[in-house]
Design a protein around this ligand. Sequence first.
Ligand code: X8Z
Ligand code: ZN
Length: 601
Amino acid sequence: MLAACAFQPAHAEGAKAPAKSTPSKPTVAEAERFLNDTEAKLEKLNLDGARAQWVAQNFITDDTEALATYFGERQLSAAGEAALGARRYNGLKLKEDYARKLKLLQLTLMLSDPKEREAYAAKNAALNGAYGKAKYCPTGGQECLPLGELEKTLATSRDPAKLKEVWLGWHAQSPSYKQMYTDYVTLSNKGAREMGFADTGALWRSQYDMPPEAFSAEMERMWQQVKPLYDSLHTYTRYKLRAAYGPDVVPASGPIPAHLFGNMWSQSWENIYPLLKPASNASSFDLTKVLEERKTDAKQMTQYAERFYTSLGMQKLPESFWQRSLLTKPRDRDVVCHASAWTMDGKEDVRIKMCIRPTDEEFKVIHHELGHIYYDLAYNKQSFLFQGGANDGFHEAIGDTVALSITPDYLKKVGLMDQEPEANADIGELLQRALAKVAFLPFAYSVDKWRWDVYAGKTQPADYDKTWWQLREQYMGVSRPAPIAAGGFDAGAKYHVAADVPYARYFLAHMLQFQFHRALCREAGYTGPLHRCSVYGNQKAGAKLQQMLAMGASKPWPEALKAATGEDRIDGSALLDYFAPLKTWLDDQNRQLAAAEAAKK
Ligand code: X8Z
Ligand code: ZN
C-alpha cells in the first residue's frame, strides 16, 4: 500500500539477497544480519516517501503527483526486494522476533518489472489526486461544490429531491477514473501473485496472523453476531423515514434509497437522529450547535481531543504537530480532505491532515485521528517493522475507543455542556451512538466483500456497480436512488476504494473499540452501564491502554488484545452488551409501530 489512512511505513528497502546461485546454505546468523540491515535501510527511504505523499495530498498538482509516483516506485521496489530476499530464510528456526519480522516483510506486493512498478505507483497517486480534486458542478453556472459541501447538504437538508441531486452529483464524478482503477487492480494482482498470493484480496486477508480463509470466516461470524441488532435499527429507521418522507419515497419493504440517511455512503446515520429521536427519553442537547455558537475553531477542536489523551497520562502533542498539521480546508488549492494521521520519521514528527468543521461528527473524528497519533508515539521505540498496529483494526479502534468516553458527564466536565445531563436520556444517547456505530457494520463488511471479489476477478469491471448494489442491498438494506448507469463506478465515490485503503479494518475496529471500552472501564473500577462510562482523567485505564499501544506490531494481535482486555478473540459481544438496552427498546418500538400501521389498514 502506498497510501493509508493511518500512514504507516511501507516495509521498505532490504539488503540485497545473495544471488540465487549462492551455494551456501542460509544460516540463522545471516538471516539476523539480513533483517537488521533491511530495517536499518528503511528509515530514510520511508521518510522520503512519506514527505512526497504528504506534499502530494496537501497540494494536488501534476508535479506533486509525479514526485509521489517517483518515491512510491522506489518504496515498492525496495519492499519487493526485501520480500524476495526474506524468502531465502523461510525454513530456518529463528528467534521469535526475527521470525515475525521475516513474515511481516513478505506480506507485500512485488512487481519485478520496473515499468509496472512505476505504472502502479503512478495510478495510485493519480487516483488519490482525482478523488481529492473531484467536485460536483451543478448545471446553470452555480459554483462547483466540493465533497464537504455536499456532505453538509446531505446531513442537514430534508428535501428528498435536493438530497438525490447532491447524491447523484457526487456519484457522477468517479466514472472518470474507473478505467484507471481497473488497470490498477490488474497491476496490483500481478504484484500479489508474484509474491505467491492468489490475488490482492488474499494478500489483504493474510495480514491477521491467520490463514486468509480463516479471516473471511471470522468476518462472517462477527457479522452474524451483530446482524439482529442491525435489523432492529433498520426496521425502526424505516418507520421514521416513512413518517418523514412518505410512502412514495420510502417503501414499506425492501431496501431504502441511499440518499436519505444523512451521509454520502449511508455508512453513518447519526445526522438523521433528529428524525429518529424518541418522543420521550431524549436529550435536546446538540453539540454541533454549541460548537458553532462558540465558534470553536479547528485548533480548539484538536485541543479538546489532546486534553482527553493527556488526561489518561499521555504526553502533550509535540510542537511540530501544531506547526505541520493541516487542520482546515485551504481556500485556494485542492487537498485530499479525507482525514488522515501520519507518522513521518517513526519518532516525534507526527501530523494530521483534516478539513475540520465544528460538528459533533467531526469532534469524534478528531479523537479518532489522535488515536492514530498516540499509537504512533507509543510504539516509536519499537524497531521499524514493529512500528504498526497489532493489526490495522487496532489502529482504527484506539481513537474511537476514547471517543466512546465522550458522554454527557464528560462534556459537562470540559464545559461543553452547561446543563446537568438530563435524567432518562439514555435511550436517546444510545440511539444516537447506534446510528453511527451499528449502521456502519454492514457497510464496512460490504466494501471489502466487494473488493475481495473484484481482486479475485469474480466481479469484472462491467459489473462493478451491479455487485456493489447487490451487496449494499443484501447487507445494508439500502438501494441506489436512481437506476444504475452504464460505465458507472459508485464504489469509486468512496475514498478508500479510490485510494485503495483496505476497509475490513474498520469493521474490526467497531468490534474492538467496545471490547477496549469495556476493559478500560473495568480497569477504572467502573461497574455501571457501559454507555455511561467515561475514562476521562483515569490514569489507571490510560496506563492499561498505553501498555498495549507500546507493543505495536511486535506480537500477534491476540496477545495485544489479551494484554488489554484479557480476551483473545475479536468479538461482537461487548458491542451487544453496550447496546442491550437499546435493542430491547427498538424491538418494543417496532412492535408498537407495526401494530399502529396494521390498525390503519
Ligand atoms: O477513514 C476514516 C478515518 C480515517 S482512517 C477518518 N474512517 C472511515 C471512513 O471515513 O469511511 C473512520 C471510520 C470509517
Ligand atoms: Zn483512521
